[in-house]
Structures are given as C-alpha cells and as structure tokens.
Design a protein around this ligand. Structure first.
Ligand SMILES: [Zn+2]
Ligand SMILES: [Zn+2]
Length: 54
C-alpha cells in the first residue's frame, strides 16, 4: 500500500512525500501553528483560491 498522504499542516492541501510529514520546509516550520492559509509556495497554496490537486 502506498497511499498518498496530505501534508501535516492543517491548512495545506499539498501531498506530502512518503518520507516526510510535510510537503515543504515551510510547512514543517509552522507545523504546530494552526493557520488559515498556506504559503508553502506550491501553486495551489500560493493562490487565495485553493484548487484541488488533480
Ligand atoms: Zn501548502
Ligand atoms: Zn504543506
């Protein structure tokens, strides 16, 4: 089973690599902070309108 997991940051819809709980160092850095938005730099996070991952 290789189920894709979501980034551990609650506001981040990015998929996380299987060897990490977070999609990026940004999310890892704020993993304990419950924020309403994500600025990890990925396209759908960089926008105010979070689009679903294809
Ligand atoms: Zn993100
Ligand atoms: Zn993330």
């Amino acid at each position: 089973m290789d189920t894709p997991k979501k980034c551990a940051h609650v506001a981040c819809p990015c998929p996380a690599p299987k060897d990490s709980d977070y999609c990026s160092t940004y999310c890892e850095g704020i993993g304990d902070v419950v924020d309403i938005s994500c600025n990890c730099g990925h396209g759908h996070c960089d926008s105010t309108n979070a689009a679903p991952v294809a």
